[in-house]
Design a protein around this ligand. Structure first.
Ligand SMILES: Cc1cc2nc3c(=O)[nH]c(=O)nc-3n(C[C@H](O)[C@H](O)[C@H](O)COP(=O)(O)OP(=O)(O)OC[C@H]3O[C@@H](n4cnc5c(N)ncnc54)[C@H](O)[C@@H]3O)c2cc1C
Length: 384
């Protein structure tokens, strides 16, 4: 089980205990829920009743911290992902989908949605990716046009977490501002005419995910989030705050895989000795343990720094995100190997973890994209 080898303030230890309790309550539903492509009602109820989602909104909308706190979100994700990727996603998307609104929405729009987000009564989503646009967001084709007091939105968003179950979408589109192409965010309630959802992709680790198509969707101009043309700043602010929490989820998954493999290696004998004493297996177990602890130490440090100033410490969050998600891939793969044929049995926990670890290296900044930006910063730091 996860140990606390890094000193955290008491208030965060209490949050970890709360999250552990939720994870344990969710555990009996995890196998079914993690294979579902819609919200599992049992998991949703447990998470809603726990009050944990209040951590995804600022205090004035029912949250616990003045602003969403990266360290709190990160330690919660670690505990939730240990048992269920579904509950982890449900939790973090409330913050990722609503952060821009909390930062720059009109007071009326904030009041209409954010308290309900914190209670998990309204489900949030963030729409950036399009069928032909992933890492290079400046290539998006979704358009926003001003028509009097209304905004007309046309576009196609792809691989959107919570599509179909969300109550509102924070959508990134482009528009002309002062004769220049600019990028802006708009809040679109799911019930708005012209918005439809399809589910063209089934992914290896099921996820509440779909495409959102907007055909002449009209919303009041008060549904803008932030000034026209300031969309990227808000997207960056969202990523800065939440990127490190992906590392938390990766550590939870890696720890769960190591625990599964350790139990198996301690309990199964070959050649008259437990696997845990055989050949290269002790080294694989110990190496995985070391890698998890190193990732956890960096992640907590990065999350604490992000809680103080997310933008200034984005490089630390990026180091932790790329480092921990890549580590998680290695640890889960080793765990499968340690378990031999039992590691690849469909429906087993380890097989599920093997699939669930994979997307973390792709979303919220694919590893290579993060490495590219980190390497540029490194060269600048070293060469001045
Ligand atoms: C489970 C899941 C949930 C998601 N949820 C959401 C969501 O809620 N909202 C949303 O908007 N999107 C979501 N996405 C989409 C996600 O944000 C994109 O997958 C991600 O941005 C990467 O884009 P891409 O998959 O198109 O890969 P691409 O951008 O096509 O990249 C493909 C490969 O090329 C590499 N590459 C790309 N650019 C560079 C570069 N400059 N330098 C070096 N290497 C590069 C990448 O690292 C990657 O290995 C989700 C994805 C997944 C898997």
């Amino acid at each position: 089980m996860t140990e606390q080898l890094f000193e955290l303030p008491e208030s965060y230890l209490a949050i970890i205990e709360e999250a552990k309790k939720v994870a344990q309550q969710v555990a009996p539903y995890a196998h079914h829920a993690d294979e579902a492509d819609h919200f599992d009602p049992n998991v949703r109820q447990i998470l809603a009743e726990s009050g944990l989602c209040s951590l995804t909104v600022p205090k004035k909308f029912g949250g616990r911290f003045e602003e969403v706190d990266s360290l709190a979100v990160t330690v919660v994700r670690e505990q939730l992902a240990y048992e269920s990727a579904h509950v982890d996603s449900m939790f973090c998307m409330q913050g990722i989908g609503s952060y821009a609104l909390a930062q720059a929405g009109s007071p009326a729009l904030q009041e209409a949605w954010l308290p309900a987000v914190g209670r998990l009564e309204s489900i949030a989503a963030l729409g950036l990716t399009e069928p032909d646009v992933g890492s290079d967001l400046r290539a998006i084709t979704t358009t926003i046009e001003v028509e009097g007091d209304l905004l007309r939105i046309n576009g196609h968003k792809s691989f959107i977490t919570n599509a179909g179950d969300a109550d509102f979408y924070t959508m990134l589109g482009k528009e002309t501002v002062g004769g220049e192409i600019a990028y802006s965010l708009v809040l679109i309630p799911a019930s708005t005419p012209g918005l439809s959802v399809s589910h063209p992709h089934q992914i290896i680790a099921p996820h509440v995910l779909g495409d959102v198509i907007m055909k002449d969707v009209m919303v009041p101009s008060s549904h803008r989030i932030g000034e026209p043309g300031k969309g990227f700043n808000l997207v960056l602010a969202t990523l800065s705050t939440f990127r490190v929490s992906v590392a938390g989820a990766a550590i939870g998954i890696a720890q769960a895989a190591l625990d599964e493999a350790t139990k198996h290696a301690a309990g199964r004998e070959q050649f008259g000795v437990p696997l845990a004493r055989l050949g290269g297996i002790p080294a694989q177990l110990a190496n995985s343990w070391a890698e998890i602890e190193m990732a956890r130490a960096l992640t907590y440090r990065a999350a604490a720094a992000s809680a103080r100033d997310a933008r200034a410490n984005l490089y630390l969050s990026s180091l932790a995100k790329a480092g921990a998600t890549e580590m998680s891939g290695r640890v889960v793969d080793r765990a499968v190997q340690i378990m031999g044929r039992f590691g690849i049995v469909r429906g087993s926990k380890i097989e599920r973890l093997y699939r669930e670890a994979r997307p973390l290296r792709i979303y919220e900044g694919a590893t290579e994209v993060i490495y590219d930006s980190l390497a540029k910063q490194l060269v600048k730091r070293v060469t001045g």
